[in-house]
Design a protein. Structure first.
Ligand code: G1P
Length: 361
């Protein structure tokens, strides 16, 4: 039996999150909270559960400090974290070459820091360790593969061809941002030409591996996968995280309030005269009065909600929401003030930090 390979992980957090502006104007996409935890923390949980302890995080010069501050040295996950700065976001393959010093001659899991995968990556890592291909890629059947890297397989699940954002149908199997490579990938990246979008595509590097006789295997994900690139995806991720990861807790005080389904109420949160329809996650120091909250709402620390109605939404830290609703499918970033004079027409909001909004009936 071959010895188990030493596997590191490389998490990419370099993208700008332009499709989530204005929320990402002031916070890196990877730190946006779902069920009150940064997306990146779920990714690091997956990696820790897969038994990987050496992790590199690729950051952009602008957003890097916040990510360093949030994750620290990785000891919370029992791992060491190295930070690698990618000066310009010029593609996934370019991010890998920036991390060449960190990766050395190790095999590595490459994971996009804003993707969530049902069941994590422990099984995926174990599959690589037992079969030792040159690359193992995670795929998922999607309705419209044109927005992704796409792979074609032979009857045994071996990859025969890959194309990034194909114009013509190749298959409905999309690459979903989790890959494991042997060090052979570095040769395939050297000499890559930028794609039509000016990026060094990891999909093209894997295609080079295939052409040069490398053994590229696939793992088809049956469960859900969320790429949190847009508002709707972030809301979906919040629902998924509330369904799958929320632990019921009652650390605050609740009076005159009906509670159904799972709720997590943080320390020093005060809920009065309200209805909580779980799953709902309320962080510490929140106040909720005379309001109907949920299902699928996450509320960040120190937020106050009064005389309002809210469902399927992410409200971040330090907000004040008074006299508004019904609000649904909304993302309200830090320190926003949303006020109104009673029930209004239903509203879907998407607000960056420090915004004030007044709604009238
Ligand atoms: C990137 C990859 C693509 C993959 C996708 C998954 O695309 O290039 O192959 O299918 O991530 O989210 P991008 O998000 O850069 O368009």
């Amino acid at each position: 039996m071959k010895p188990s390979p030493h596997i590191k992980a490389l998490v990419l957090c370099g993208g700008k999150g332009t499709r989530l502006r204005p929320v990402t104007n002031t916070r890196p996409k990877h730190l946006l909270p779902i069920a009150n935890r940064p997306i990146l923390f779920y990714v690091l949980d997956y990696i820790a559960l897969a038994g990987i302890t050496e992790v590199g995080i690729v950051i952009s010069p602008g957003a890097g400090d916040e990510i360093r501050k949030a994750v620290g040295d990785g000891s919370r996950w029992g791992m060491t974290v190295d930070y690698i700065t990618q000066l310009e976001a010029k593609g996934l393959a370019q991010a890998v070459s920036c991390a060449r010093g960190f990766l050395g001659e190790s095999s590595f899991l490459l994971f996009l820091g804003d993707n969530l995968i049902q069941g994590g990556v422990a099984g995926f890592v174990a599959e690589f360790a037992s079969h030792r291909p040159d690359a193992l890629i995670m795929l998922k059947e999607v309705a419209d593969p044109r927005a992704f890297g796409v792979a074609q397989l032979d009857g045994r699940g071996r990859v025969t061809k890959l194309v990034e954002k194909p114009k013509q149908s190749l298959s409905n199997l999309a690459l979903i941002g989790a890959y494991i490579f042997s060090p052979l990938i570095h040769q395939a990246i050297e000499g890559l030409e930028p794609s039509w979008r000016g990026e060094l595509e990891i999909t093209d590097a894997i295609q080079r591996l295939v052409i040069t006789g490398g053994r590229v295997s696939s793992h088809i994900l049956q469960g859900w996968w969320v790429d949190t690139g847009k508002k709707e995806d972030l809301l979906w991720a919040n629902r998924v995280a509330l369904d799958e990861f929320l632990c019921a807790r009652m650390a605050g005080s609740v009076g005159g309030t009906s509670v159904c389904n799972k709720v997590d109420i943080g320390h020093n949160a005060h809920i009065q005269n309200s209805q909580l329809q779980g799953p709902v996650c309320i962080a510490e120091d929140c106040t909720i009065r005379n309001s109907v909250v949920g299902p699928y709402v996450s509320i960040g620390a120190g937020t106050c909600i009064e005389d309002s109605q809210l469902e399927d939404s992410v409200v971040m830290e330090g907000c004040h929401i008074h006299g508004v609703g019904p609000i649904s499918s909304s993302i309200i970033s830090r320190n926003c003030r949303v006020t109104g004079d009673g029930p209004q027409a239903p509203a879907c909001l998407f607000m960056g930090d420090d915004t004030e909004l007044s709604l009238t009936s």
